[in-house]
Design a protein around this ligand. Structure first.
Ligand SMILES: Nc1nc2c(ncn2[C@@H]2O[C@H](COP(=O)(O)OP(=O)(O)OP(=O)(O)O)[C@@H](O)[C@H]2O)c(=O)[nH]1
Length: 121
């Protein structure tokens, strides 16, 4: 059986409830947009496989609930992620201000990025 992927990346979406995390993910993985807002419960995920420079890259994206009541669950996923997207709604200043809070929550549980030295400008 053909190998399903060469490399796996686990990424995470974080941000206030209703900023569009699930929509962003659906657009990326399935190129779809669903206008209704059905709040994510806990954590959900989707995957996409891309060919990049001849390498089969599987991207697993975890979509977290923005609602405060799920944060005990969602925080357990921060450490396992190799990259985190902090998402805000461009029409909501409040959701933008909260980005600092999301970032400090991530800092609390994560160690330094091991790819720091290899980052491209
Ligand atoms: N106008 C507009 N609306 C959007 C866009 N992206 C998402 N929405 C709307 O924003 C609402 C919330 O989107 P979701 O993707 O469910 O939000 P979420 O961040 O996943 O919310 P939680 O699961 O509660 O954390 C939905 O009603 C979407 O239709 C966008 O780019 N433009």
């Amino acid at each position: 059986m053909a190998k399903q992927y060469d490399v796996l990346f686990r990424l995470l979406l974080l941000g206030d409830s209703g900023v569009g995390k699930t929509c962003l993910l659906c657009r990326f993985t399935d190129n779809e947009f669903h206008p209704s807002h059905i709040s994510t419960i806990g954590v959900d995920f989707k995957m996409k496989t891309l060919m990049i420079d001849g390498v089969k890259v599987r991207i697993q994206i975890w979509d977290t609930a923005g609602q405060e009541r799920y944060q005990t669950i969602t925080k357990q996923y921060y450490r396992r992620a190799q990259g985190i997207f902090l998402v805000y709604d461009i029409t909501s200043e409040r959701s933008f201000q909260h980005i600092m809070k999301w970032a400090s929550d991530v800092d609390e549980v994560s160690s330094n990025c091991s790819f720091e030295m290899n980052r491209r400008p």
